[in-house]
Ligand binder design. Structure first.
Ligand SMILES: N[C@@H](CCC(=O)N[C@@H](CS)C(=O)NCC(=O)O)C(=O)O
Length: 258
């Protein structure tokens, strides 16, 4: 039995949902709502001491870290395989997945925080927020929530996401000129990683960064048409708030400034 502790509008949860769907595996969901700080409750911290989603439980065995979870799923349930057999191609796949963890996940955070989470946090009173974050295992993240609740959008922060995403799409464009998928001609865990990134960039109103790159646009459309992508997208009502249209226009102006 596979159980997934996840939140709908979470990049890393999306990545594991998409992997489960690609491998046509049934799973039992446990919703851990981040904006309600459910990931910081003692019961969940016992499963995942990092206080983050997702967490997989397979026949009672706990597996954490989304990239580790996806490789674990591909190892245990072999067909269809989402990892190339050639060692060089497999290393390239792992490098993309690591880039997703180290660069892209952190890279989208400023825009997500500024344009989506800030809107959501404003509904808590100061006391309610303090009570919720009192047990946060990472003091720096708790401080970021405090700051976020009190401030307006910081466009310099959002622009950090724009710059990182634009660089990522340039790298992806170069790879996609060589083949249909990020690693040569095989759909792999690298493309699964990218699905959640593309979803977030699109929802942030930053799809103009994808539209500038023809191979990335074509690949993103192919990814979005896969049933695994469609079933992993957060259903209506579970999304973080959509950024204001004015904020997106302002970002485009900053981006297009010579
Ligand atoms: N390296 C971890 C990162 C997980 C992670 O940061 N998840 C985010 C959602 S995408 C989270 O739970 N954030 C809650 C917080 O930081 O308070 C993984 O890949 O599983």
């Amino acid at each position: 039995m596979l159980e997934l502790y996840h939140d709908w509008d979470s990049l890393m949860s999306f990545k594991v949902r998409a992997c489960l769907a690609e491998k046509q595996l049934d799973w039992t969901p446990h919703l851990i709502e981040l904006t309600e700080f459910k990931h910081l409750e003692a019961e969940y911290l016992r499963l995942n001491p990092n206080g983050v989603v997702p967490t997989l439980v397979h026949d009672g065995h706990v597996v954490i870290e989304s990239s580790v979870i996806n490789e674990y799923l591909d190892e245990v349930f072999q067909e269809p395989s989402l990892r190339p057999t050639d060692p060089v191609a497999r290393a390239h796949m792992r490098a993309w997945v690591k880039y997703g963890d180290d660069v892209l996940h952190h890279g989208v955070r400023p825009a997500t925080f500024e344009m989506m989470i800030k809107q959501r946090l404003k509904r808590f009173s100061k006391q309610e927020l303090e009570a919720l974050i009192a047990h946060h295992p990472q003091p720096a993240r708790a401080q970021a929530f405090r700051k976020a609740a009190a401030e307006d959008i910081d466009f310099d922060q959002v622009n950090n996401t724009v710059v990182i995403a634009n660089t990522a799409f340039a790298r992806m464009e170069a790879s996609l000129k060589e083949g249909d998928w990020l690693v040569a001609d095989q759909f792999s865990l690298a493309d699964v990683m990218a699905m959640s990134f593309i979803d977030r960039i699109t929802h942030l109103g930053l799809a103009f960064l994808i539209d500038r790159r023809p191979s990335v646009r074509d690949w993103a459309d192919r990814l979005m048409n896969r049933s695994s992508y469609k079933s992993s997208v957060p259903p209506p009502g579970t999304r973080l708030p959509t950024p204001d249209a004015d904020a997106i226009e302002r970002l485009k102006e900053i981006f297009n400034k010579p």
